[in-house]
Design a protein around this ligand. Structure first.
Ligand code: ATP
Length: 356
């Protein structure tokens, strides 16, 4: 078990910062996912926790103990890499037992530990095979078994599913969630895949450009994004974002743009006449045959089988609606759209920060 804390951690490569002033407190037993676009610093952060690289500034604590300069092998953390890094000439059993052999455990103890981890990960039948004789998913499980065998305080994983095909990825995702529930060990997991983050994490730390933009449960990030960046990164298709002005109308505020007028359910007062970036998720725009304030022309309809993505042009903006099938949308025809005031997000167009 392990609590991992990063205090003011920075990392510079040459003159550029890969990480700036990172503060993160990962509770014992959490499944924390580091999510973000390529190059945002996820792997660097993970490598700092693993001890594979040193921070330029700040401290890293493991269960309250400063481990900033402690070598990797003394950190009680196990790393699982994207490439699995298995030894090709060793059997599955020897690969799994490797960390214990290098720590000079007795043969009997190694055999017991390997057998127990192999049972837990459904590898018992494969112990005599070499890595080349395994499928991608099996190799991934062997890499995980090798990490589990010494019962580490935490697992550090860098995109461990990225070499698997879509079906196996989804199955292995479920296995990892189940494994975490069963063993309750801290997981620190790097991915750029929002589906992995949303489905597996107890909390997500969404990163951009060397900084943490927001930390919270998947629902907190999805439902209450702190910035335009978070709003646009999570969700597929992404949140509709467009510029508007907050305008008072009969004592109530509306978000108004050419061809768009959305009541915000807020009494006129603060924010009146303020320029804003409006955010509305595609599934929160409802096509209706009742009177509505938002009217638009349908430009394209994508049939996804169980639902439709309806693309509309409202004034200057092209927006996307996610509707169940069959919807009232017909290419070239106008439609009316209802949006609940509570489903409208408002951001400051200058800073990108959430206003309401
Ligand atoms: P990806 O998802 O593509 O793996 P990432 O979010 O894990 O990206 P990092 O690998 O942590 O990003 O890289 C963060 C930044 O630091 C990038 O700009 C990268 O080019 C730079 N960087 C990483 N390692 C080094 C290094 N050893 N030397 C110089 N720059 C580096």
């Amino acid at each position: 078990m392990a609590r991992i804390q990063l205090e003011s951690v920075s990392k510079k490569f040459g003159s550029s910062f890969a990480l700036t002033e990172i503060h993160l407190d990962i509770a014992d037993g959490e499944f924390l996912v580091l999510l973000g676009p390529s190059g945002c610093g996820k792997s660097t952060l993970l490598r700092l926790v693993a001890g594979l690289t040193q921070p330029t500034g700040g401290r890293i604590l493991l269960d309250g103990k400063d481990i900033t300069v402690v070598p990797p092998r003394d950190r009680d953390l196990a790393m699982v890499f994207q490439s699995y890094a298995l030894y090709p000439h060793l059997s599955v059993a020897k690969n799994i037992g490797f960390p214990l052999r290098s720590r000079k455990f007795s043969r009997g103890r190694i055999a017991d530990s390997v057998a127990s981890v192999a049972t837990a990960l459904d590898l018992s039948e494969l112990l005599d095979r070499r890595p080349a004789e395994l499928s991608g998913g099996q190799r991934q499980r062997v890499a995980l078994a090798r990490a589990m065998v010494r019962n580490p305080g935490a697992f550090l994983m860098d995109e461990p599913l990225s070499n698997l095909d879509a079906k196996l990825r989804s199955a292995t995702r479920t296995e990892l969630i189940e494994l975490h529930r069963r063993i309750g060990t801290t997981f620190l997991y790097v991915t750029h895949d929002q589906v992995e983050a949303m489905t597996m994490a107890t909390r997500i730390a969404l990163m951009d450009n060397g900084r943490i933009e927001q930390v919270g449960t998947p629902s907190e990030l999805y439902d209450t994004p702190k910035s335009v960046f978070v709003a646009g990164f999570l969700g597929a298709p992404p949140m509709n974002l467009f510029d508007a002005t907050v305008t008072a109308h009969r004592g109530e505020l509306h978000a108004v743009a050419p061809g768009v007028n959305i009541p915000l359910g807020i009494e006129a007062g603060a924010h009146t006449d303020q320029p804003v970036t409006v955010g509305i998720r595609p599934e929160k725009m409802h096509i209706t045959d009742a009177p509505a304030r938002l009217h638009a022309d349908v430009t394209t309809v994508e049939n996804l089988g169980n639902e439709e993505l309806v693309h509309i042009r409202a004034g200057l903006n092209t927006l996307c609606i996610r509707a169940s099938r069959p919807s009232l949308a017909c290419v070239g025809s106008p439609i009316s759209i209802r949006v609940e005031p509570t489903d409208v997000h408002l951001f400051d167009p200058e800073t990108g920060r959430r206003l309401i």
